[in-house]
Design a protein around this ligand. Structure first.
Ligand SMILES: NC(=O)c1ccc[n+]([C@@H]2O[C@H](COP(=O)([O-])OP(=O)(O)OC[C@H]3O[C@@H](n4cnc5c(N)ncnc54)[C@H](O)[C@@H]3O)[C@@H](O)[C@H]2O)c1
Length: 106
């Protein structure tokens, strides 16, 4: 089973990735994350060299890049979001796209 995990460098996503890689040696995970202020690859330092783990820096609003990253994956686990507080309401298209458009591409 191969999973595309969006937002895997965030709080929940990184815990999910570490848990699955430890529990399931038959799973491969692709972490697709834009690395916003909330994304931190240090959360994944212990699995960075795991052969079943791949990191791709990208935005879920970039349909072509999402499609390329998704190639060969069986399922998507979607954690990427800019949903903290009210920041997404104050900002322009980019953040709203992360909430509204990105999931459509996925
Ligand atoms: N943390 C909680 O207690 C909690 C509770 C309920 C629901 N949730 C939801 O679960 C999801 C994940 O929560 P979290 O706490 O891990 O969030 P987080 O902010 O810690 O991580 C979000 C990750 O998504 C990435 N990201 C943001 N926008 C992106 C984009 N456009 N393209 C690609 N990557 C992008 C960030 O770089 C970051 O790594 C969110 O939708 C959140 O609303 C969280």
């Amino acid at each position: 089973m191969k999973l595309l995990v969006t937002g895997g460098a965030g709080f929940i996503g990184s815990n999910f990735i570490r848990h699955v890689l430890a529990a399931r040696k038959d799973y491969a995970l692709v972490n697709y994350d834009k690395l916003t202020y909330a994304g931190n690859l240090a959360n994944l330092a212990e699995v960075a060299e795991d052969p079943n783990y791949t990191f791709i820096r990208g935005d879920i609003c970039d349909a072509a890049r999402v499609e390329a990253a998704m190639r060969g994956c069986d399922a998507v686990v979607h954690f990427a979001a800019e949903s903290h507080g009210h920041a997404w309401m104050r900002c322009g298209g980019a953040l709203r796209c992360g909430i509204a458009c990105g999931p459509q591409y996925l």
